[in-house]
Design a protein around this ligand. Structure first.
Ligand SMILES: NC(=O)c1ccc[n+]([C@@H]2O[C@H](COP(=O)([O-])OP(=O)(O)OC[C@H]3O[C@@H](n4cnc5c(N)ncnc54)[C@H](OP(=O)(O)O)[C@@H]3O)[C@@H](O)[C@H]2O)c1
Length: 326
């Protein structure tokens, strides 16, 4: 495993396990296989419904002496419906109790925009017309100050953001007493985030790529859950150049796409519930892509038009002042 040294001194395993959309009944088994295959970095979030089973397996491994807590890197996230100063500590404590851990390694503001919460704090409030109830009072810098308090109180080692644009990242960086250590954003061959990565590099913020394989299958999820159709959903794993390099290096298309990112020091958190793919997705350290092949993959970048996760399935979100992708 290769690690990225974060600005707070923590070491982030460059490959982690994504858990969004892992079926609740599968999570324990998936995490068990992942830990056995060498994963030490797990990405979850308050709204993934995976914190509890992740916590169960992790605690089993710690109490049996199979792994030390310090060897694990656990990330979770503040939900979009709790994205306000007064809610930060409450949601982090709820996540810690679900995980049954004293601290996480990284706590992320999941989104820059905020929604009001439903009555039982489990989902965003949706209005009768189907639009999400926007909390336009929320102030990302005030929320950040409460994120900092969580580090001071020992509930998380590091703090960061997800889905923030460059301007928003800079805004936080400028006011921060405790600096963000990680920005987690959509990042794959079609959306390579080159400008944003350069800016993060200058601010000593590591970048984690979500949907590093282009999130196959998420179009069905958007349609089923939000009745939101995505036109021309891309098949990045199926691209001819990815298939060609897969044959050339005798690696799976997934391994080619992940290697393209980690070879640039970008951490990746692919999700899989399939034991074979889980193992393959971390088995990336016995080959290197040539400069020429890296360039061919670099050339796939479609910049902004390669974005899949514009969050417009949250009806009305684009009206929020902090909607990041205007
Ligand atoms: N911060 C955010 O807003 C945000 C948003 C989205 C995702 N995330 C995080 O990022 C993680 C990864 O993103 P993602 O799950 O959307 O997309 P992804 O990791 O790019 O793709 C996951 C999909 O690819 C399949 N897959 C996995 N490995 C494969 C391989 N080697 N070859 C072919 N197919 C493969 C999986 O199916 P099988 O399970 O059947 O293998 C699954 O359907 C999430 O799980 C979550 O932790 C964060």
């Amino acid at each position: 495993m290769k690690y990225i040294l974060l600005s707070n001194g923590s070491e982030l395993p460059i490959v982690g396990l994504g858990t969004w959309k892992t079926e609740p009944e599968e999570v324990e088994n998936v995490v068990e296989i992942a830990l056995n295959s060498g994963y030490r970095h797990i990405d979850t979030a308050f709204n993934y419904n995976t914190e509890e089973p992740v916590g169960k397996v992790v605690n089993r491994w710690i109490s049996s002496g199979s792994v030390r807590r310090e060897e694990l890197f656990i990330t979770t996230k503040l939900p979009v419906w709790g994205n306000r100063p007064n809610d930060v500590e409450k949601y982090l404590k709820l996540s810690l109790s679900r995980l049954n851990l004293d601290y996480v390694d990284l706590y992320l503001m999941h989104m820059p925009f905020s929604f009001h919460s439903n009555k039982d704090n489990t989902a965003p409030l949706v209005k009768e017309d189907g639009t999400f109830s926007l909390d336009i009072e929320s102030d990302i810098t005030a929320t950040w100050k409460q994120m900092e308090k969580q580090v001071k109180n020992g509930l998380t080692k590091g703090i960061g953001m997800s889905n923030f644009n460059e301007q928003q990242v800079k805004k936080i960086h400028n006011i921060a007493e405790i600096k963000p250590v990680v920005l987690q954003v959509e990042l794959h061959a079609y959306l390579q985030q080159k400008e944003l990565r350069k800016a993060c590099n200058q601010m000593e913020i590591a970048v984690t790529a979500f949907a590093p394989l282009g999130s196959p299958g998420t179009n069905q999820h958007f349609t089923k859950k939000y009745n939101f159709a995505f036109d021309n959903y891309p098949d990045i794993l199926g691209l001819p150049i990815v298939q060609e390099l897969s044959k050339k290096y005798k690696k799976t298309p997934g391994q080619i796409l992940l290697k393209h990112l980690i070879q640039q020091n970008i951490s990746v958190i692919p999700k899989s519930s399939n034991p074979e793919r889980l193992r393959a997705n971390i088995d990336l350290f016995d080959f290197n892509l040539s400069e020429e092949d890296m360039q061919q993959l670099d050339d796939l970048d479609r910049e902004e038009s390669g974005r899949i996760f514009n969050f417009l399935f949250f009806k009305g979100v684009e009206k929020h002042p902090e909607y990041p992708f205007k």
